[in-house]
Design a protein around this ligand. Structure first.
Ligand SMILES: Nc1ncnc2c1ncn2[C@@H]1O[C@H](COP(=O)(O)OP(=O)(O)O)[C@@H](O)[C@H]1O
Ligand SMILES: [Mg+2]
Length: 241
């Protein structure tokens, strides 16, 4: 096995995500729900950002706009200066597959596949050329500290380990942006911190940007910026030192 010496990435001044005047209304007429309104934000490349707010405050809705899974009713999203909200459906799905990795609260691993197979299958689903898949999957598992356990099935792993495998699956195609919706909500605080440590290393050594949601105050201390949402609006933006 080769030993790779990794050096921390230089800080960059680039803005990876910019949102202007986002609004998202679900439903119509009397049944209309405004899930998000008047959202403006800028996320620096190579940072870790937490969206916080109670259940129903609009966190998932906002993540879905930022990852181009959903379109705003009004407003614009820019990814490295490119307007995502103007892309065709096809361009948007190519953009998502290439540039973004997604992690969810519930891990979402396939029970009958071991950790390696889950990550490799993720690459195949994303349509990457099969040739480099084995190396890419193993490298991703290595990055999250799960290479030694790659032959284990999800049921043989702890919650924190399963989430690390899910992160490996999300980063195997080397996206620049990792979007994680409540990634630590089903973990105890020790495993939650381990997952946060994995995110921090991805930021530090791969220059990745991580945007996550949480309502855990302990997790908020571990990120660079915290954006607070209430009733679909940003009510504060703070930076940790
Ligand atoms: N697909 C949808 N259809 C209708 N209402 C929705 C939909 N998704 C979210 N909402 C509503 O939008 C608001 C924000 O939801 P959400 O973004 O899921 O909040 P959070 O992730 O902070 O819990 C809530 O009032 C929710 O009920
Ligand atoms: Mg949510």
């Amino acid at each position: 096995m080769s030993t790779k010496v990794e050096l921390p990435m230089e800080a960059s001044n680039e803005t990876i995500l910019r949102a202007i005047g986002l609004k998202r209304v679900f439903g119509k007429g009397n049944a209309a729900v405004t899930a998000l309104s008047d959202v403006h934000l800028e996320i620096p490349m190579g940072s870790m950002v937490a969206l916080k707010g109670r259940s129903g405050s609009g966190k998932t809705t906002l993540l879905n706009m930022l990852s181009a899974l959903d379109e705003p009713t009004e407003g614009q999203v820019f990814f490295r200066g490119r307007e995502v909200t103007r892309m065709s459906g096809k361009d948007r799905s190519v953009f998502r597959r290439k540039e973004i990795g997604l992690v969810f609260q519930s891990f979402g691993l396939i029970p009958l596949m071991n950790a390696y197979e889950n990550v490799e299958f993720g690459l195949r689903v994303a349509g990457t050329p099969v040739k480099g898949n084995r190396a890419a999957a193993e490298q991703a598992l290595e990055r999250v500290g799960m290479r030694e356990r790659m032959k284990h099935r999800p049921a043989e792993l702890s919650g924190g380990e399963q989430q690390r495998v899910a992160i490996a699956r999300a980063i195997a195609h080397e996206p620049v942006l990792l979007i994680a919706d409540e990634p630590t909500a089903e973990l105890d605080s020790k495993m939650g911190i381990q997952v946060m440590r994995v995110f921090r290393e991805l930021v530090k050594y791969s220059g990745m940007t991580v945007v996550l949601t949480t309502h855990d105050p302990g997790i908020m201390e571990l990120v660079d910026h915290v954006i607070a949402l209430e009733d679909g609006k940003i009510v504060s933006q703070t930076t940790n030192d």
